[in-house]
Write a protein that binds this ligand. Structure first.
Ligand code: BGC
Length: 666
């Protein structure tokens, strides 16, 4: 139907030039406005917070206005807590409201196929169910406040290297079960827009890929909002209209003439243009209506508190040999620039400059442990992808006299950032050396680790007694680390990706490109992350879903009941048997026995984060619906359920099966 049809009485009457203009985006991060008839929508970057840039007239350069910096997606996913992610989304939306931004270019929801992807800090997980649920909670939180989202970067943009020329060569089943699945789940939360990736899929650039935009995103996943291109990702605007791309972003002066000429030659019809215009007109309307009622509920201080809670929920305790929580009345020594709380965000379009400078680890611990002595010597600091050692001897002397030494290390916004990938998953050699030197003089050494993705800790993990991974945890990173180290908060995060021993263990490590320079074959298929390591029974250092607590949980009495044809109600009891209150993340995996096609040994289908006081016991229930048992058949061109036996695993991580049962589907 044309937007000028009488059936669309409320639509603006647009000339053909105005219709074409709407396809082209506008300058300064706005959608086009067709001579004011379709008010433009102002967009800005995310996802770690609002990245608000402005042109500084004095210096004639673009600057970042400080806003609230939340934990990165890695940390949010490791919280496995939809509620806190939703709160984070709401807080980010409030920043948008205060800056007159209509729509945030977030969340980013690509699967972490390899730990080296430079943008992993922006992505949630290696698992599509966890990633999709996290993205959905983020979308809900933002959009409840009347701010739009742009779910990005659809589809299979899992590396930064040559992202503009790289073709992700993927089979249909893998798209449906892994890379598309994460988006399919999030799309149920109705993001206002979706952003396509820079890359090509099976030889066709996403922005021009009708199979991906029209057939998969719109027809199969039911997405009816606007589809933006990534910034500069269109090379053939006519093809992109035919594929169903609503707006090319940002404005490109060549596009209008290109489209007009195609229209005049009859290569592009008005109907095709109208189809792309409709979602932009609806987006504009939605934003206009929302603008009238939007109201920020928070301020920077309240947002800081949300950032703090999210960071504590998502930090993962990876090693603890009786050293944590820190005992009171002790002499604690801290070293490493990361302890100052000023390295907290990834780099590129997702970088956020925080408006509230969080406290250092030293000050945070002093507040929480007034009877302890807490000292700090920087010792080494971060410079690009290296560390510079400075007055380290002073740190060694202080560490040798302390009861506990805390070494804060990690990556930064140069290593974890857009436009490039990591070369290694090890920390640089200077940093590793600093950890080892401190551990040599203090046997009670604990490492606090900040990074946007997996780190190979092999060179130093045996030297230390504790490891707390806090990700790129945002502006309250050190306050939350302190709360966890001293036990004010019981650690409850679990890894959202597998931590492998060596980069080479990953089946999709870049060195395993099997193809031409710009072809990235997804020959690992559906075996991504734990699906690969668990199925091949390969050792990993810390499995997917793993995280320690200061308390302990017992899983008891699993029962399963058939509710309808392919629907099962599962129930068990979870009990906190330790001596502290805590939270446990329970994970339900399913594995098909004797399949006619190759399937991972088990796959995450449901999860929940449960809060239990010490001694408390709760009944936990899940409903496993038909989707949990489905697989995708390229032959049928649809999902289907294989009859037979399915093992149901109740796990505390992908390797730790606490309860198990089997059901049969006829
Ligand atoms: C990034 C997007 C971002 C856009 C606008 C692109 O380079 O890939 O994620 O939203 O720039 O800044």
């Amino acid at each position: 139907m044309s937007i000028n049809d009488k059936n669309c009485a409320n639509d603006p009457i647009l000339t053909i030039d105005e219709k074409i203009e709407l396809l082209c985006g506008a300058k300064d991060s706005r959608t086009a406005d067709a001579n004011g008839k379709v008010p433009s929508v102002f967009v800005a970057d995310g996802p770690q917070g609002l990245r608000y840039t402005y042109l500084d007239k004095e210096t004639d350069s673009w600057k970042e206005q400080p806003t609230s910096c939340m934990p990165d997606a890695e940390v949010l996913a490791a919280s496995w807590n939809r509620e806190i992610i939703r709160e984070v989304g709401g807080a980010i939306a409030d920043d948008c409201i205060e800056h007159d931004v209509d729509l945030i270019l977030a969340p980013a929801n690509n699967i972490k196929r390899t730990p080296v992807c430079g943008r992993n800090f922006e992505y949630f997980s290696e698992d599509p169910v966890l990633a999709g649920e996290c993205a959905g909670a983020y979308i809900d939180g933002v959009q409840e406040q009347g701010i739009g989202t742009s779910l990005k970067h659809f589809l299979a943009n899992n590396l930064e290297r040559d992202r503009i020329r790289m073709s992700s060569e993927i089979d249909e089943r893998t798209i449906h079960e892994i890379y598309g699945k994460a988006f399919e789940i999030a799309i149920k939360h109705k993001p206002w827009t979706v952003m396509g990736g820079y890359n090509l899929v099976n030889g066709v650039r996403i922005s021009h890929n009708r199979k991906i935009i029209h057939d998969l995103l719109r027809n199969e996943y039911g997405f009816d909002g606007a589809v933006f291109s990534d910034w500069g990702a269109v090379s053939d605007r006519v093809a992109s209209v035919k594929a169903g791309l609503s707006a090319e972003m940002p404005y490109d002066s060549r596009s209008f003439a290109e489209l007009k000429s195609a229209y005049e030659k009859g290569e592009l019809t008005e109907r095709e243009i109208d189809e792309c215009n409709r979602p932009i007109i609806e987006l504009s309307r939605k934003a206009e209506q929302a603008r009238r009622v939007r109201k920020s509920r928070t301020n920077p201080a309240l947002r800081h508190e949300i950032a703090y809670r999210a960071a504590t929920e998502g930090a993962v305790l990876l090693k603890n040999e009786g050293i944590l929580p820190l005992a009171q009345k002790k002499n604690i020594f801290i070293t490493g620039q990361w302890a100052e709380g000023n390295i907290y965000s990834g780099g590129g379009s997702g970088h956020v400059n925080s408006v509230m400078q969080g406290k250092s680890l030293q000050n945070s611990l002093l507040e929480l442990m007034p009877e302890s002595s807490v000292s700090y010597v920087q010792g080494f600091w971060s410079l690009f992808d290296q560390a510079v050692v400075d007055k380290f001897q002073e740190a060694i002397v202080a560490a040798s006299k302390a009861d506990v030494a805390i070494v804060c290390v990690g990556t930064n916004d140069v290593i974890d950032g857009e436009g490039h990938d990591r070369d290694t998953i090890k920390l640089n050699s200077q940093t590793e050396k600093c950890i080892k030197e401190i551990a040599k003089v203090n046997e009670n050494t604990v490492v606090v680790l900040l990074s946007g993705s997996v780190i190979d800790v092999g060179n130093w993990i045996d030297d230390v007694k504790g490891l707390l991974y806090i990700g790129l945890a945002g502006e309250a990173c050190m306050e939350s680390a302190a709360a966890l180290l001293c036990g004010k908060v019981n650690p409850s995060g679990k890894l959202a990706e597998s931590w492998i021993y060596r980069l080479e263990d990953c089946p999709a490590a870049p060195s395993r490109y099997d193809g031409n320079a710009f072809v990235n074959r997804y020959s690992d298929g559906v075996l991504v992350g734990y699906r690969y390591y668990d199925t091949k029974n390969l050792p990993v250092r810390y499995p997917f879903g793993f995280g320690l607590s200061y308390t302990a949980f017992e899983y008891l009495d699993l029962t399963i009941e058939k509710k309808s044809k392919n629907e099962f109600a599962l129930s068990f009891f979870l009990s906190n048997v330790g001596d502290r209150d805590g939270k446990e993340i329970v994970q339900i995996y399913i594995g098909k026995r004797f399949s006619t096609l190759f399937r991972p040994v088990k796959e995450l289908k449901a999860f929940d984060k449960v809060s239990l006081r010490k001694g408390e016991k709760k009944q936990i229930r899940f409903l496993l619906s038909k989707e949990a048992f489905e697989t995708y058949s390229p032959v049928y061109g649809s999902h289907y359920i294989e009859p037979g036996d399915y093992d149901i695993y109740v796990c505390s991580d992908s390797r730790n099966i606490r309860l198990k049962t089997t059901i049969t589907i006829d």
